[in-house]
Design a protein around this ligand. Structure first.
Ligand code: LLP
Length: 401
């Protein structure tokens, strides 16, 4: 990847994605599940650019969506509607209505109240809602607390007993068709055992539902496969698939897997340019033109992203790499060895393909970065840089009217 050329051509701050890497990751995971029917449903939240979704759709991917906006993106980008799942703890009536009208594979339900609401709306529309229920298996995924989701203390899913009750209710309803089961214990998972344990608990539930004539066809194992940001020990996709498959003996189910980070995380870079250096007392700061509004993971989760200054200068010392936003929390790296920089030097922030652009904002009235796809050595603009006019487009200065 020639970052200097790309930065010169498209300017900074800039997101760059390697679509060939995306393809490799997708195929690796799909192949791991080849012993069974499976759907890889790309978790759109990780990187929802239309070209990215379209790329996965062409590879045969479905989509895991958490808002009607994401469902619409997936449909627009050409994802097969029968491979789209709509999850999330708080779906609004209009979102449920539109999802039912779009005839997607299923809505993933996270509470009794939601189940009843969906039944009611399906009745109004004269439709049968295909649903899955998200089970919270109460397993500690051993990841960052902000991205752990499968413990009772997290807001996600329902416990096993409630799930059973909801399936029995749905089975009897004219307007609900329970076809799937779902769990997702967390993101950036680097240990296999919690996944296997959760899968076992949920597979046992599928067996007990079978005994009462509730036939679950889709076994959705969520997303969560971790990637290497620094020196993490990773789960091999093959071992991951085997761990899940080993819990499914005797069950005829299609496996759905909803990876986000695994597919796009390591295939994305955030490029930013050095503006200045300064010292406050004995603290050195390198100030760049990208900021926390572009890539919030370091500020929000204290997440590690490797930073690399493209310079021949070998003179290293400790520094904080910071952006221009008016917050002390605006940093990409703290106390890391950085070479002496000059204005204009390019800084590459690695592993920024997942939860990078999608979590960006316009804080400090900063236009969001442009996004570039590189495939087979050809680069293409897939999102233009925002302009000031874009930023104020929805605002109404009523005093001026
Ligand atoms: N399925 C469900 C139900 C999820 O909640 C998530 C992520 C995924 C799939 C995709 O997980 P992945 O394969 O990407 O780990 N913003 C955070 C990550 C939040 C993930 C939330 N749920 C971060 O930057 O680390």
């Amino acid at each position: 990847m020639n970052f200097k050329e790309l930065a010169a051509k498209y300017d900074t701050p800039l997101y760059v994605y390697d679509f060939n890497h995306f393809t490799e990751q997708f195929n690796k995971l799909k192949k791991s599940f080849k012993a069974r029917k499976s759907i890889i449903a790309y978790a759109v939240k990780a990187n929802s650019n239309l070209s990215v979704i379209n790329h996965f759709a062409k590879l045969g991917s479905g989509a895991d969506c958490v808002s009607i906006g994401e469902v619409k993106r997936a449909l627009l980008a050409g994802v097969d509607k029968y491979k789209i799942i709509f999850s999330g703890v708080g779906k609004r009536d209009d979102e449920i209505k539109e999802a039912l009208k779009s005839d997607i594979l299923m809505l993933n339900i996270e509470s009794e109240a939601e189940l009843k609401r969906i039944e009611e709306i399906a009745k109004q529309l004269g439709k049968v809602a295909r649903i899955s229920i998200r089970v919270n298996p109460n397993i500690d995924p051993k990841t960052h607390p902000y991205i752990s989701t499968g413990l009772h203390e997290n807001k996600f899913g329902v416990d096993i007993e409630t799930a059973k009750k909801l399936y029995l209710y749905a089975k009897k309803s004219e307007f609900l068709n329970p076809i799937g089961i779902h769990f997702h214990i967390g993101s950036q998972l680097t240990e296999l055992e919690p996944i296997k344990e959760a899968s076992q608990i949920v597979a046992d539930l599928v067996r007990s539902l079978k005994a009462v004539n509730i036939d679950i066809k889709f076994f959705d194992v969520g997303g969560g496969l971790g990637i290497r940001y620094k020196d993490e020990k990773l789960i091999e996709p093959y071992d991951y698939a085997q761990a899940i498959l080993s819990t499914l003996s005797g069950l005829d189910v299609t496996i759905i897997c909803e990876p986000g980070r695994f597919l796009v995380g390591n295939g994305g870079w955030f490029l930013t340019k050095v503006l200045y250096e300064k010292e406050n007392g004995d603290k050195r700061f390198v100030i760049v033109d990208g900021a926390m509004n572009d890539l919030i993971r370091p500020s929000l989760y204290n997440a590690y992203h490797k930073v690399e200054v493209l310079t021949d200068n070998k003179e290293m010392s400790k520094a904080n790499l910071v952006g221009p936003v008016c917050e002390s929390g605006d940093f990409f790296a703290k106390n890391v060895d950085l070479p002496k920089t000059n204005p204009g030097d390019l800084v590459v922030i690695h592993s920024a393909g997942a939860y990078g652009f999608t979590m960006s904002s316009n804080y400090n009235t900063r236009p969001r970065a442009a996004e570039i796809a590189v495939m087979d050595e050809k680069d293409r603009l897939i999102r233009r840089r925002e302009t000031f006019e874009d930023l104020i487009a929805c605002e109404i200065d009523y005093l001026k009217e």
